[in-house]
Design a protein around this ligand. Structure first.
Ligand SMILES: [Zn+2]
Ligand SMILES: [Zn+2]
Length: 78
């Protein structure tokens, strides 16, 4: 399993979303998200969400993009 380790306190998280939530709640740090599609950088999840929705017509994260691809592939098999 892949862990996201907090550089400030060493706490391990199993998902990037939980990790970012930890950074914001515990250390008051806003995550920087890099768009995998156009390489633009965004402060915080909301800005990134909006960017994905309005610029690329998708609604969440590279993780979700990967999941969508899996679902698409599954549908193709039907
Ligand atoms: Zn921490
Ligand atoms: Zn983008």
């Amino acid at each position: 399993m892949k862990f996201y380790v907090c550089k400030d306190c060493g706490y391990e998280h199993t998902s990037i979303v939980v990790y970012q939530r930890h950074m914001k709640a515990v250390h008051n740090k806003v995550p920087i998200n890099t768009c995998k599609i156009c390489s633009e950088k965004f402060k915080g999840n909301d800005e990134f969400d909006k960017h994905l929705q309005f610029t690329h017509g998708t609604n969440h994260w590279d993780l979700n993009l990967a999941m969508k691809q899996v679902l698409r592939d599954m549908k193709k098999l039907d």
